[in-house]
Write a protein that binds this ligand. Structure first.
Ligand SMILES: [Zn+2]
Length: 391
């Protein structure tokens, strides 16, 4: 049995607000208490309680990334099991305690086999499931996906990918305006899989139809979709205005102009934004040449672009950088950043009973940040991934 730990002295961000000089009592893999007085009493009464002084630091819930293709030099679409685990580990070191592995467009049989491998990792609890980005996306908005492998969203084929994930399919990004799109959205919703509108050329009206059919997420809002026009308000307007939709944003300073991010945040509100990385292999690794599915990518100064055509090809973001940027550059409150980086994605995954906030009974997944919002500690299920006392 792991000893109990009481994390003391930090500013702790709880669902009810931020507590100065807070306490988090961790017992085994779970949070036992977050109330300062009772946590102190419980910690004193129990033997083998280790006290960790975090004065001058923040304690926030572990980050939850619902859209992530890789990191640490490894690809979730093509890496070996060892490589995938290295990618997961890389993001954990940056505070992401829950991660959904995203694939890029590939041949249907390849994706089904890939889902088999990723489903085993989900079964072991290494990842929270699988997100298929493509192949059911628009050739007009393909971004860094292979055009020759794109296909219309045939519900039978969508079903094949759901089945291949053995209950671990969490999200499918699709262009809902394509033939079969709306039926596929309905199928996904019926199976409890998130239908995400993205890499789409849909009109405003077509997007409204998709939301009414059950689509609940906007895949990296603004990126890979038509812009807002005064007579053609497009998918962005439909996705932002509907309270049933959560919008993904990539806050790396490259994918979005800061004002576009502000616009989305103010319009949707903190409760409907999920910050994601959309990271590729180079995240937490470095510049160089990489493969994204079958396409070659050049990463220079942390910006990933297709060698052919120069499209942005995912990011090299980690969620700790997104958090720091949200608070120090975008002017978000720490509480709103926590909502967008932990609580909302946890809710979307249907895991809010276990993760996404610091509450008794939930997994002890948390991030310790210094005053400059840099990571100095990461705990996952009660064990330090990054030990703040060793920093
Ligand atoms: Zn992606």
């Amino acid at each position: 049995m792991a000893p109990r730990k009481v994390l003391a002295g930090a500013r702790v961000v709880l669902p009810t607000g931020t507590v100065d000089d807070g306490r988090v009592l961790v017992d085994g893999t779970r949070i036992a208490d977050t109330d300062a007085e009772t946590a102190d009493t419980e910690a004193t009464e129990a033997a083998h309680t280790e006290a960790v002084d975090l004065t001058g630091h923040w304690v926030v819930p572990g980050f939850v990334d619902i859209h992530n293709h890789g990191g640490g030099g490894a690809s979730f679409t093509s890496g070996t099991v060892e490589e995938v685990l290295r990618g997961i580990r890389t993001h954990r070191l940056h505070g992401t305690t829950t991660l959904v592995a995203s694939t890029v467009t590939g041949d249907l049989d390849f994706l089904a086999r890939r889902a088999g491998l990723l489903a085993e990792l989900a079964q072991q609890g290494d990842i929270a499931g699988i997100h298929y980005e493509g192949p059911f996306i628009s050739p007009c908005r393909k971004g860094a996906h292979s055009e020759e492998l794109l296909r219309d969203p045939d519900p039978a084929e969508v079903r094949k990918l759901i089945d291949a994930a053995h209950g671990h399919a969490r999200m499918v990004t699709l262009a809902t305006e394509l033939p079969g799109g709306i039926d596929s959205v309905r199928l996904l919703a019926e199976h409890g899989v998130i239908a995400a509108v993205g890499h789409t050329d849909a009109t405003y009206e077509q997007t409204v139809q998709a939301i009414d059919a059950g689509a609940t997420v906007a895949t990296h809002l603004f990126n890979a979709m038509p812009p807002v026009g005064h007579r053609a308000p497009g998918p962005i307007t439909a996705l932002l205005e509907d309270e049933r939709v959560t919008v993904e944003l990539i806050d790396d300073g490259i994918h979005l102009h800061p004002a576009a991010l502000q616009l989305a945040f103010h319009h949707a509100g903190a409760s409907r934004v999920a910050f994601i990385t959309d990271a590729m292999d180079a995240a937490g690794f470095g510049d160089g040449r990489y493969m994204l599915g079958p396409l070659e990518v050049e990463v220079a100064d942390g910006v990933a672009r297709l060698v052919e055509g120069g499209s942005i090809a995912g990011s090299t973001l980690t969620l700790d950088r997104a958090f720091k940027r949200a608070v120090t550059v975008d002017g978000l409150s720490v509480e709103d950043a926590v909502t967008a980086l932990s609580a909302n994605p946890a809710r979307l995954l249907g895991m809010a009973d276990r993760i996404g906030s610091l509450e008794p009974g939930k997994d002890a997944d948390l991030v310790v940040l210094d005053e400059g919002f840099d990571v100095v500690g990461v705990m996952r299920q009660g064990a330090w991934v990054v030990d703040p006392q060793l920093g």
